[in-house]
Design a protein around this ligand. Structure first.
Ligand SMILES: CC(C)(COP(=O)(O)OP(=O)(O)OC[C@H]1O[C@@H](n2cnc3c(N)ncnc32)[C@H](O)[C@@H]1OP(=O)(O)O)[C@@H](O)C(=O)NCCC(=O)NCCS
Length: 200
């Protein structure tokens, strides 16, 4: 299966909302409206299957929401049932994490019922109350508000100093330090660019 990850386009919205709201009807995630998706479109990635004729079938989606200048949340992660269990969800999360790094966040969190899925991708379970209260802003819309069973997971984004790149320990980016303050060191870090508009 040739899967590509790209930024969501206005023409994806109808299908994307249908996918999310199908799972929302089963209480697996929160519903979204086309208007809400359109407003935040640059924050959405879609996974598509490309056929040889250049056509695309939408397989999945996910969004990155800024909660604070340091912390972003992976939200609205969904993969069509026919595409599940083949690594598509993992690729979407990896690209959202790459997007978070590109936007200079130092932490990415998620609220999930699939904590093992996120752990496999380098997230760790954290005390849900240790996360910014902004993560709970949407919870009032959740039918499970009074019996929340979601687990909070967090990934600390790291950078490597040159002397540590040969097997040294990664250094957690200091969430208190703005990236601009690191400018003199910026060139010293090694980057692995990820292209969101092509196949990874
Ligand atoms: C959660 C969800 C996004 C995962 O998407 P997915 O495409 O199935 O995810 P992946 O295929 O990358 O991983 C799923 C499992 O398949 C396994 N897997 C990954 N690639 C595989 C492959 N090539 N062959 C076989 N299994 C594979 C993974 O090990 C993973 O196992 P784990 O869940 O125990 O970690 C999807 O199940 C979904 O949309 N669920 C309904 C909506 C929902 O709950 N959204 C909220 C998520 S927080």
């Amino acid at each position: 299966m040739a899967v590509a990850i790209r930024q969501a386009q206005p023409e994806d919205i109808t299908e994307l909302v249908e996918l999310i709201n199908g799972f929302a009807a089963r209480n697996l995630m929160l519903p979204r409206t086309p208007e809400a998706v359109l407003k935040t479109l640059p924050d959405w990635l879609v996974a598509v299957e490309r056929d040889t004729g250049g056509g695309e079938t939408l397989l999945g989606c996910g969004a990155l929401v800024a909660l604070t200048p340091e912390l972003a949340e992976v939200r609205s992660l969904a993969v069509h049932e026919r595409g599940q269990g083949k690594g598509v969800g993992s690729i979407v999360v990896e690209h959202l994490v790459a997007l978070a790094k590109a936007r200079e966040f130092s932490q990415v969190c998620a609220l999930t019922l699939r904590e093992e899925f996120f752990q496999r991708l380098g997230f760790e379970i954290v005390d849900r109350w240790s996360i910014s209260p902004k993560v709970w802003q949407e919870c009032i819309y959740c039918p499970k508000f009074h019996r929340c069973d979601e687990v909070a997971v967090m990934k600390y984004l790291t950078v490597r100093r040159p002397e540590e790149s040969s097997g040294g320990k990664p250094v957690a980016a200091n969430p208190l330090l703005k990236w601009q303050a690191w400018q003199p060191l910026k060139l010293a870090y090694s980057y692995k660019p990820i292209h969101l508009d092509g196949e990874s």
